[in-house]
Ligand binder design. Structure first.
Ligand SMILES: [Zn+2]
Ligand SMILES: [Zn+2]
Length: 357
């Protein structure tokens, strides 16, 4: 079968590879759509970062070259002997987070915090940029008939946004600021509105992304290249927001996010930083502000009951919307030129590009 295989920085090749073997608790999924994530782009442009290079991953035992892609949905074609659900023919979205099952976090149901955490499509175990992937059945979440595999491919990034809003403690009637309107920033915006935020302000330098944020319900969007987002948002909210989300991975935006919150407000770090950021801790101390992290969403055996299931319901009833975020659809053979290269172009209007193997 064909798969996009990561060999190293700027070296992703579409190659023929052997289909994975199927264990008794596994299902084989024929991928219908797989999104290119910001972290895939980081791996392509600056990596390997999380992809194991020299040291084999403790759970998968793999190092590069390996198949990538972790935001995917498709149809179940084969099930292991011990699997009751899903059944062959079902459309599923895959939760890529797998824990060791033994550490204190896995035991507490917090598999995304596992000491030996693995992400399908990052750390080995196959990936969504391939014709088929084998995953544990418990990580395959059934998609209702009224949602497409394309909607399914957006469940993962929307899950990141939902989890970030839950981490923020945002309550109905609160105000929020989102720094960065890429796929995750737009997912945070949607979840914050669904959680009952009274106003959500968005700071984003790219015009196409500002437009999308407006379309998805942002109260006001700010271009940080032409006006100071901290001043603008503080003025509009009588001194600052209850919550702020750092979704840009840029040094200045962390400080901007914290400064935008009112005293006792909460800033959530959602993005991956490539380097250390400078933040004056007095901003946190003097205003009794909170700074919290948000990583992924719950996975492993809680895939079906947890945030993936919630996102699926919210897509069904329209509180979350995947369509506006999808700006491109390409075949697997075009993943480098039409996918990674387009997304890394700073002038690009793309948000989420879906790959169909
Ligand atoms: Zn992702
Ligand atoms: Zn664990």
């Amino acid at each position: 079968m064909k798969a996009a295989i990561y060999h190293g920085r700027e070296d992703v090749r579409v190659e023929e590879t052997e289909p994975q073997s199927l264990g008794p608790a596994d299902v084989r999924v024929a991928v219908g759509a797989c999104g290119i994530c910001g972290s895939d782009l980081h791996e392509y442009a600056e990596g390997p970062i999380a992809i194991p290079e020299d040291e084999p991953h403790p759970l998968t035992g793999e190092t590069l070259p390996l198949t990538i892609g972790h935001e995917f949905a498709g149809r179940v074609t084969e099930t292991g002997a011990d699997v009751d659900a899903p059944v062959a023919g079902d459309t599923v979205v895959v939760n890529p987070i797998i824990g060791c099952g033994e550490c204190q976090y896995c035991t507490a149901g917090e598999h995304s915090l596992c000491d030996r955490l693995m992400n399908v499509g990052i750390h080995g175990g196959g990936g969504g940029f391939a014709e088929t992937v084998v995953v544990p059945a418990e990580n395959a979440v059934s998609l209702p008939d009224d949602l497409s595999p394309e909607d399914g491919a957006l469940v993962e990034p929307l899950g990141v946004g939902l989890h970030a809003v839950r981490r923020s403690g945002l309550s109905a009637g609160d105000t929020a600021a989102v720094f960065g309107a890429g796929p995750i920033g737009l997912a945070v915006l949607q979840s914050a509105l669904a959680a009952g935020a009274r106003e959500v302000y968005v700071s984003e330098p790219r015009a196409a992304r500002r437009e999308l944020a407006e379309q998805l319900g942002a109260t006001e969007v700010v271009d940080p290249r032409t006006s100071d987002p901290v001043r603008a948002i503080k003025a509009a909210t009588d001194g600052g927001t209850h919550t702020a989300f750092e979704v840009a991975g840029v040094d200045e935006t962390l400080t901007q996010a914290v400064r935008t919150t009112r005293k006792t407000g909460t800033t959530v770090v959602v993005s991956v930083y490539e380097a250390a950021a400078t933040l004056q801790p007095n901003l946190v101390m003097m205003g009794e502000r909170n700074l919290v992290g948000s990583y992924g969403y719950r996975g492993g055996p809680s895939s079906r009951q947890g945030e993936f299931a919630t996102v699926i319901r919210m897509l069904q009833d329209g509180r979350l919307d995947a369509d506006p975020m999808i700006t491109g659809r390409i075949g697997l053979d075009d993943i480098v030129e039409e996918g990674f290269e387009r997304l890394r172009d700073p002038e690009s209007d793309h948000v989420k590009i879906l790959v169909t193997p």
